[in-house]
Every structure is written in C-alpha cells, then in structure tokens.
Design a protein around this ligand. Structure first.
Ligand code: 5GP
Ligand code: ZN
Length: 114
C-alpha cells in the first residue's frame, strides 16, 4: 500500500472503484474514461510503480494478470471477437498512473496503435 497511490486507494476501498473481479493477487475495475465498450484495468494488490520494477519474483503475478484478462474477456463474451491487452510504461508509453495495470479493451475494431 502506497498512501499516495490512486490505485492502492481503490484496492483498499478508500476511494470507490467499479470493481468487477478480485482475488488474493489482483483487483479488476472499469476504467473511469473507457476507450471501448469494455475497458477494464487489472492491477496487482502489491504496489509496483512501473513494469521496469518487475523482477523474476513477479513472474507468477504477471501470468495471473493475463489469465485474469482472459477470464474477463470470456465472461464478457468478447474472447472470440477479440480484445487488446496493454501495459503502458513511463512517459513515452503514456503511463499516467504509477501502479502497474493491464488494460483490457474490447467491443469494437481496434486499429490505432501508437
Ligand atoms: P495509463 O495511461 O497509466 O496506462 O492508464 C491509466 C488509466 O487509469 C486511464 O485509462 C484512466 O482513464 C484510468 N483512471 C485514471 N483515474 C482513474 C480513477 O480514479 N478510477 C478509474 N477507475 N480509472 C482511472
Ligand atoms: Zn499503488
């Protein structure tokens, strides 16, 4: 828990989040500014600032985040049509919240990349 971190506050319930899934490792919630019909963020309970801070100790966690995204896709019936998973890192990656999060976007044809 980082007391200055927006996503840590959503995870702890200090500020409201539209949570769709949670377990012992991750929490998923709807993006406040959705870029597609389905736009959720999968975040680890552990505060990790950027993907640069990941180590081999996080391998299971990252795999779990991707499998959680797959489950969200299936539960929302978009798995077959498809979806996009994104980690943004630092300024050039467009990261604005410094607690790693996996975006899942679906529900329309996604084209733009970059
Ligand atoms: P980034 O640009 O860091 O990859 O993505 C941050 C995402 O967090 C953005 O898509 C933004 O809309 C979302 N976001 C920012 N503040 C909040 C918030 O208070 N609640 C929720 N649910 N999403 C937020
Ligand atoms: Zn945090």
């Amino acid at each position: 828990m980082n007391k200055d971190c927006l996503f840590c506050k959503i995870i702890s319930g200090d500020i409201p989040g539209d949570i769709t899934y949670e377990d012992e490792l991750v929490v998923a919630f709807r993006d406040i500014n959705p870029q597609a019909d389905l736009h959720q963020l999968i975040v680890p309970r552990e505060h990790i600032s950027t993907t640069n801070d990941l180590t081999s100790s996080h391998q299971m966690l990252i795999g779990h985040m991707v499998l959680t995204a797959q489950k969200i896709a299936r539960d929302n019936n978009v798995a077959e049509d498809g979806y996009r998973l994104i980690f943004n890192c630092n300024q050039h990656g467009g990261q604005t919240v410094y607690h790693i999060h996996l975006h899942i976007l679906a529900g329309r044809q996604l084209t733009q990349l970059g």
